[in-house]
Design a protein around this ligand. Sequence first.
Ligand code: PGA
Length: 252
Amino acid sequence: MRKKIVAGNWKCNTTVKEGVELAKSVNELVLTRGAKDVVVVLGTPFTHLISVVDAVDANRVNIASQNCAAVAKGAYTGEVSAAMIKSTGATYVIIGHSERREYYHENSEILNKKLALTLEQGLTPIYCCGEALAIREAGTQNEFVKQQLDETIFLLPTEQLLKLVIAYEPIWAIGTGVTASTQQAQDMLAFIRGLIAAKYNAEVAKEISILYGGSCSPANANDLFSQPDIDGGLIGGASLKSEDFLAIINAY
Ligand code: PGA
């Protein structure tokens, strides 16, 4: 059975002190009032990982980095490797977020290196895909997302693909307050699951958690999560407020 997952993506927000407070608050709410069958993940800045891992109950709250280096180690000033992330106690890595693709020019070749290094460390990649507004307006979003997947995760063998979480995040819905309609999100996630079934098989497709991300909030999460192919969310803005994040966790 695939997992229901609600993952926060704090992006470039919070100092270490603020982040630890936020993590403690989320942890407390999840332990006391959180839906037990939902896997909770917090995607924090690199600087916070060790402290945030310490601040939460590892049985209920998982910690993710938002990126990792495309190299294992060496003379790459400023980079943080998958092995370093693993050594903090974090267990997930967000890979290929549209902000990294757009602002830091991460292409499929780079993402494949990150995927391989992350998997090698036994970390769970949350692999992001999704189209820009112009592509949605042209009606070619399915082809675009298929190509993103064909060039990256669909090159992985079955046993590695099964270790991934996929997050579909239409760029036009990220941080804009414009959520994809429930139908648009469900249609794309069903399309992605269909691609996995065709490329691998139906059993594999059934096992992989696919999340929706983009202006997901306590107001729309219930509707989104009630869809058959939506296994949870990757949450930006609303993950910075513990009560909102809890409301999304409990939206199933
Ligand atoms: P948002 O961000 O929820 O603030 O739209 C989602 C994301 O970028 O992961």
